[in-house]
Design a protein around this ligand. Structure first.
Ligand code: AMP
Ligand code: GLY
Length: 419
């Protein structure tokens, strides 16, 4: 397939990174984005309209290939609906997307397929949950459904655990998503993000990355959508093989046994505990902000890989990577992940040519950029060592400004290999 009209769905840094790479592909003719952001507006055409209407919009515009960034449309069945119109779309169908859309489905799937994950219990109601934690100690509390990053709590004591469970199951602060929960053992170890792309039978692994979820330096403060990321993380062969044999291959076999032809991304959030990998979560899309660190490392044509995936023709088992490291620093609006203001003019973007800039919550108005969200920009440095990548990223960050801009100062600092 050549001269493809491609539509990217989403509006974050991840989607701008996908747009950046797709726009370099010789297979592309025109790029469209919905809802898009200030950066994507420079790479393609922003479409008006709702994400729910993507199948109809794509059909009207003669779009040949849709790439979905975020999880919610996948869980809601955008792939199933595009296929009804014979539009090729990258991502799992709604059955496959349950890996992320239902933590209960994912935990049962892992148990059935002998995939290492924390021990867990599914309480029938609030009282059952509270009795369980009183008898068995503190547990990670996870809402069953999608909750935009607010569905997992690692409580500090039994009282706060009970009140989180009450808010999820009785007050229903997350709506239907928190009606059912999973209680699981709290694991302690090093967290990594391991992302594979599969066409249902073959797969290839992206470089392993690490994200920084907490708001403040030293991994303190509230959880966010991600304050930075680095890649690749070096992992010794023994652990790599455990990830491949115990997790990736059992996951793919398990999906096949369920009768699910999974074509898209499987993101494994892993915890390494004493050199053994455990799955904390499955996501059915690329990580954000991991993608912003990974994409600049890829030599291959991502549009070709995505298209091969959808046509069950994935030919690469090993990606061709640039021999360098990347460090992505996320610039956020002061106050994020709590209350923050938008509409602030962003300056200094002309003077950062040694980094790659991916936009997230930005808006382009009359050739000027303004903030339009909590996470605003992703500044990615690259170099032959992580230290060089980090220095470049922070060098560029120091030239960018908007009112109340905030960022972590320790992304990529003191990172060790995993042997
Ligand atoms: P999840 O959406 O399941 O990945 O959870 C979000 C974050 O919560 C993870 O990235 C971990 O930092 C943390 N987390 C989730 N499950 C556990 C667990 N069983 N033990 C310790 N931390 C966890
Ligand atoms: N960086 C974590 C995620 O994308 O879920």
């Amino acid at each position: 397939m050549r001269d493809m009209k491609v539509l990217i769905v989403g509006s974050g840094g991840r989607e701008d990174a996908i747009a950046y790479k797709v726009s370099q592909s010789p297979l592309l003719s025109e790029l469209y984005c919905i809802p898009g952001n200030g950066g994507m507006a420079q790479r393609g055409k922003i479409l008006e309209g709702k994400v729910e209407d993507v199948p109809e919009i794509a059909k009207d515009l003669g779009i040949e290939f849709v790439i979905v960034g975020p999880e919610a449309p996948l869980v809601d069945g955008i792939v199933d609906r595009c296929r009804e119109y014979n539009i090729s779309i990258f991502g799992p169908d709604s059955r496959g997307a349950q890996l992320e859309g239902s933590k209960i489905f994912a935990k049962k799937f892992m148990k059935k397929n002998n995939i290492p994950t924390a021990e867990f219990y599914i309480p029938s109601d609030y009282n059952d949950a509270v009795i369980y934690i009183k008898e068995n100690g503190l547990k990670a509390i996870k809402a069953d459904g999608l909750a935009g990053g607010k569905g997992v709590v690692i409580p500090e004591d039994l009282d706060s655990a009970s009140s989180v469970i009450y808010r999820f199951m009785v007050e229903r602060v997350l709506g239907k998503s928190g009606e059912m929960i999973v209680l699981e053992d709290i694991l302690v170890g090093r967290e990594i993000s391991c992302i594979v792309i599969t066409d249902g039978s073959n797969y290839c692994s992206l470089p392993i990355a690490q994200d920084y979820k907490r708001a403040y330096d030293g991994n303190r403060g509230p959880n966010t959508g991600g304050m930075g990321s680095i890649a690749p993380i070096y992992i010794g062969e023994e652990i790599r093989n455990k990830i491949k044999d115990r997790i990736i291959e059992r996951t793919l076999e398990g999906l096949r046994r369920e009768g699910i032809t999974y074509r898209g991304v499987i993101y494994l959030g892993l915890m390494l505990v004493d050199n053994d990998p455990y799955v904390l979560e499955y996501n059915v899309r690329l990580g954000d902000p991991e993608t912003q660190a990974i994409i600049p490392l890829l030599k291959d044509d991502i549009l070709e890989i995505f298209y091969e995936t959808v046509t069950s023709n994935l030919s690469l088992s090993k990606l061709n990577l640039k021999p360098c490291y990347t460090c992505c620093v996320v610039l956020v609006s002061g106050g994020y992940p709590g209350h923050y203001e938008v509409g602030k003019e962003i300056t200094g973007l002309d003077d950062i040519s040694e980094c790659i800039l991916f936009h997230a919550g930005t808006k382009l108005v009359d050739d000027r950029f303004y903030t339009a969200g909590g996470r605003v920009l992703n500044v990615v440095g690259s170099g032959e060592t992580l230290e060089v990548a980090r220095e470049k990223a922070y060098g560029c960050v120091s030239r960018i400004n908007f009112e109340n801009m905030y960022y972590r100062k320790d992304i990529g600092q003191g990172v060790s290999n995993i042997d």
